[in-house]
Design a protein around this ligand. Sequence first.
Ligand code: NAD
Ligand code: TYD
Length: 339
Amino acid sequence: MTILVTGGAGFIGGNFIYYQLKNHPEDRIVCLDKLTYAGNLETLEEALKQDNFRFVKGDIADMDCVEQLFSEEKPDIVVNFAAESHVDRCVEDPGIFVRTNVLGTQILLDASRRHNVKRYHQVSTDEVYGDLPLDRPDLFFTEETPLHTSSPYSASKAGADLLVLSYARTFKLPVSITRCSNNYGPYHYPEKLIPLMIANALGDKPLPVYGTGENVRDWLYVEDHCAAIDLVMRKGREGQIYNVGGHNERTNLEVVKTIVRELGKSEDLITYVTDRPGHDRRYAIDPTKISTELGWLPKTTFDEGIRRTIQWYLDNREWWEHILAGEYQTYYERMYGKR
Ligand code: NAD
Ligand code: TYD
């Protein structure tokens, strides 16, 4: 089989490529990635050495480029990770989120139709459900929870999900969608909470916690997410949505304090900064459907996953120090300088 992975030079897509190469060495993997600020070929260094892996630089929203690649490779499965993924950036520039996340998805769907792919899988997010109140720990997102987005990022992801479902209904395209909670693990771009806090703590820099730090996220180790996507795209029912999450809820402050403790740093580094506009309070996934239908369960506890993640950042300083030395500096100054 040939599997087209879009956005594979990013965090989850990169981990997914390694998951595939390890667990399905009989398959060929083709990665299409535009290499935006978030894409990094250093992530794919080991994959590039393998004969059954091909990397193509290109934009999912560029119809000619997508059509040419589909004609050349005739993928059996398409897995779309490519996206603008950072909420703070969508506050600065929503347009690129609509272009990549919505238009890019539609272009991939059209190519998938024309080339009769056996499965188009969309990697989505729990953020399409909006947020839950902090004082109702009994509430969880199910696949039936109405879409109720808060940010241009989540709105663009919800728009893409609706397009995917419309192609199933209108054109009988065999699709599936996974909606996952917050991931963490190796190759995570250091603009996101966990890698940012690890990098800053290692540099004895302030740890910028938005608002009061009471917002809750449901953390999933990236390898567990990759296993879930692999199961759904191969064995999940067509036209279905599967929520993916691990009942690993933590407040942001708990996460930051865990990182500080594991690295032997002082909590005095924690600095409360102006909150994110429209900041979602709590995300929490009910993964009953994927567990009962496909037998998926997360294997990694938060305590184990965060230790593995911190160790990875200690062992792979070059990977993230290269990022910190580039465009990231102006981003950081813009985002946190006067906060
Ligand atoms: P990321 O920002 O680390 O990587 C995105 C990748 O997509 C980058 O390699 C980038 O170069 C590429 N890309 C961006 N625009 C492109 C375009 N127009 N054409 C081709 N490639 C393009 O993102 P991530 O955290 O790995 O997230 C991957 C997917 O998973 C996204 O769709 C995101 O919405 C979803 N998701 C992420 C999380 C999370 O916690 N990170 C949780 C749930 C769902
Ligand atoms: P993030 O990693 O950006 O993921 P998302 O917004 O998609 O959940 O942020 C996770 C949480 O951490 C979110 O509640 C915002 C918060 N946060 C901070 O408090 N400080 C930071 O510097 C960052 C990047 C995030």
